[in-house]
Design a protein around this ligand. Structure first.
Ligand code: HEM
Length: 413
């Protein structure tokens, strides 16, 4: 009986949360793929030049701005198309540009440094990965090794954003403000030309949002998924150990499969700025288009996946950098440890990827794995309730603050 409740409850709570989020919108929304527009038209609509409104005009944007605060109005993801967006996107490309060799070397050095401090035993993979990406993205921005104080601030901030996004905790704005203050004081040390159309305060927000929210959160989540897949597939680990000459290719294909099976984006939304004509339907201007990545992955062919978005419509600027750096970190983890996990592995991964790390070559112990499985199922129950309470609170709070609507109502662009 208890087993049944343990399995049933979290699912119901997730379904209820999805309903609450859908209700927030309360306006013309087309979810793709969905009953009106199928998977076959997913790319076509996403790539349409009229699918280019970003935040303005969607009630859903108030919620995203709430989660990505402070400074969501200058977060690259949420800027409307125009000269300011172009300047910001150019700066991001400038900071991310590195040769493949350079970025792999940097990642290896940083991963070795961070992993030297990781002890074997039960861990949460996301927590172990976050300091690596904090140090790496700090170094890309400041072009110097990351001091411990900065790493602490970045990890505290990114962990807060990821936890709030998954509704396991309410957001903690004081923690986020500490990183803003630090970045504001360090702007003069950034060796890249920062967007001149932004005030110094906004430049700090921009760096925080793009590199220390999006980059650190996305990479830590992607790695938690990848390592969970590896931890739950003993034969894969054996293959990697026995055929080191082929390990790079194998890891690359697991990265692809992982990004497809566990897309990091749930929904990316746009607001149509003109009518979009399809064979069977006209989507009117002003419609909120919700592109569902999990829905598309389920309904489309295996090769037809777009983990980094579509090139014609604001695709991810880190699409070239992310996979090779993930491969390097995976190699470094597997050089030190074998991994095992009996915990649940879901797309939103609210458990942060619980796993057992055993020093490479040693025999994994059974008892901790049994304990891990039981603990994870119990945690799932209370966490589901917490997510429901915090999720509802944040949805209402975001609606009350109406950050995006107020910003545009004030005549800002
Ligand atoms: C495996 C890791 C990552 C995945 C799967 C991923 C995925 C995506 C996707 C699907 C989009 C497009 C969303 C949309 O259409 O609205 C996107 C946008 C974006 N990503 Fe990533 N991302 C990853 C890592 C990163 C990193 C490391 C950065 C570092 C700067 C980054 C920065 C951004 C930004 C700034 C945007 C907005 C682009 C724009 O609107 O111009 N992402 N990402």
């Amino acid at each position: 009986m208890i087993g049944k409740v343990l399995a049933w409850l979290p699912e119901r709570v997730v379904a209820l949360r999805m309903r609450i989020f859908a209700l927030v919108n309360g306006q013309d929304v087309v979810t793709i793929p969905g009953p009106q527009v199928g998977a076959a038209d997913f790319r076509r609509v996403y790539a349409d030049p009229a699918a280019n409104g970003r935040s303005r005009g969607a009630a859903l944007s108030d919620l995203f701005w709430y989660w990505l605060s402070p400074g969501p109005q200058v977060h690259q993801e949420h800027l409307e198309a125009g000269p300011r967006y172009d300047e910001v996107a150019k700066c991001t490309r400038h900071i991310l540009v590195k040769s493949k060799k350079e970025s792999e070397e940097l990642t290896r050095r940083v991963a070795r440094h961070v992993l030297a401090g990781v002890r074997p035993g039960l861990v949460r993979l996301r927590d172990e990965m976050m300091p690596i990406w904090a140090e790496l993205y700090y170094e890309l921005v400041f072009d110097e090794p990351c001091p411990p104080r900065a790493r602490e601030l970045i990890v505290a901030h990114a962990d807060d954003v990821a936890s709030a996004l998954k509704c396991v905790r309410p957001r903690n704005m004081r923690r986020r403000a500490r990183l803003t203050k630090y970045l504001r004081q360090r702007l003069a040390d950034v060796p890249h030309p920062l967007p001149q159309s932004l005030t110094p305060e906004e430049q700090a927000y921009y760096l925080q949002g793009t590199f220390f929210t999006t980059a650190v959160v996305q990479m830590s989540e992607a790695m938690a998924h990848l390592l969970m897949i590896i931890a739950q597939d003993e034969s894969l680990q054996q293959r990697l150990a026995e055929h080191p000459e082929d390990a790079d290719n194998v890891i690359d294909s697991v990265i692809d499969d992982g990004l497809r099976a566990y897309p990091l984006f749930g929904i990316a939304h746009r607001i149509s700025t003109a009518d979009i004509e399809l064979d069977h339907l006209t989507i009117p201007a002003g419609t909120v288009l919700c592109f569902s990545y999990p829905g598309f992955a389920e309904q489309s062919a295996k090769e037809d996946f777009i983990p980094f978005g579509v090139a014609q419509n604001r695709a991810c600027p880190a699409r070239g950098l992310a996979p090779p750096t993930m491969r390097v970190v995976t190699q470094e983890v597997l050089r030190r440890f074998s991994l095992a996990s009996t915990a649940a592995h879901t797309r939103s991964i609210p458990n942060r990827g619980p796993a057992l790390l055993t020093p490479r070559g040693a025999r994994p112990r059974r008892a901790p794995l049994v304990w891990l499985g039981v603990r994870d199922r119990w945690e799932d129950v209370w966490r589901s309730f917490a997510q429901l309470v915090f999720g509802t609170y944040m949805v209402l709070d975001a609606r009350r603050l109406a950050l995006c609507s107020t910003y545009f109502a004030g005549g800002n662009r």
